[in-house]
Design a protein. Structure first.
Length: 277
């Protein structure tokens, strides 16, 4: 086969692989959309039975959210909350992943870290929030620290378990073929570790959004948490649900537009392995 024909075949195969991956991603999105529609239907039925004072309908909540966005203040509060949550989550992701990998490599470090991780996991975020208020006062430092300390042990344990459970046969194959250190990490170790890291990252991401709103309720005058405190004092249930919708929507956007594509890109080796047994 001539070189141009071979290169054309390679390009076609890559294009087909890309189309297949895109189709699988879109098909999986239909399942997510179906679950959202079911949730909205249950919400609608429950709101009709309880009344708007207790639980507004989805239409009322989205209409109120639209009004808040038109005013301009809602956009600022959403961005402030997202910045605080992502900053604390990013710090936890970086330090938790690196320290978890190091702890997974060394048995001694793993045993020493276990009681500390148990302490961090067992201590409720509200306790850390009180300490953060004493240390940092009312400002960005309190919610960012509380998010970090709540997410760090989740990511740390995921990284440590991914390193500890690495298949010994993979290590032996890498040693037999005398792979360079960087290739060992990217082609042998990383795909296995990522299978533990991504579930931990997604769990920590959801935790970060919950914790940052809780922290803002008590420590700041801006953000979604502070806005929820205002709506509670005014007994405005529709506005409260509108802010909750904004919170959940921003969380889903970060997960499905940022983390999920990265996960599919990194774990593409699994599909290749399953199609080439």
């Amino acid at each position: 086969m001539k070189a141009p024909a071979f290169s054309e075949l390679v390009r076609r195969n890559r294009a087909l692989d890309w189309l297949a991956a895109t189709g699988n991603y879109l098909w999986s999105g239909w399942g997510s959309l179906a679950s959202l529609f079911i949730f909205l239907a249950v919400w609608e039925l429950t709101a009709q039975s309880l009344g708007s004072l207790i639980l507004p309908t989805p239409r009322e909540a989205f209409a109120t959210l639209g009004q808040l966005l038109q005013d301009g203040s809602a956009r600022d509060d959403i961005l402030i909350t997202a910045r605080r949550a992502l900053l604390g989550f990013g710090l936890a992701l970086t330090l938790g992943s690196l320290l978890g990998l190091l702890a997974g490599i060394s048995m001694t470090a793993s045993m020493m870290a276990r009681p500390l991780v148990t302490l961090l996991v067992g201590m409720p975020p509200i306790a850390w929030l009180i300490l953060a208020l004493l240390w940092f006062g009312a400002g960005d430092g309190t919610p960012v620290f509380t998010v970090f300390i709540a997410c760090f042990p989740i990511i740390f344990v995921g990284a440590m378990q991914g390193t500890r459970t690495l298949d010994g046969q993979l290590k032996e194959v890498a040693r037999m073929f005398q792979l360079p250190l960087w290739m060992k990490f990217t082609d042998v170790y990383l795909p296995h570790i990522v299978s533990y890291l991504f579930p931990a990252w997604i769990t920590a991401l959801g935790t970060s959004w919950k914790v940052v709103v809780m922290a803002e309720l008590l420590s700041t005058t801006d953000g979604i948490g502070a806005a929820l405190a205002v709506t509670r004092s005014h007994l405005d249930t529709a506005a409260s649900m509108a802010w909750i919708v904004a919170l959940v929507g921003s969380l889903l956007a970060v997960e499905y537009l940022l983390l999920e594509p990265i996960k599919r890109r990194v774990e593409s080796w699994r599909e290749f392995a399953s199609s080439n047994p």
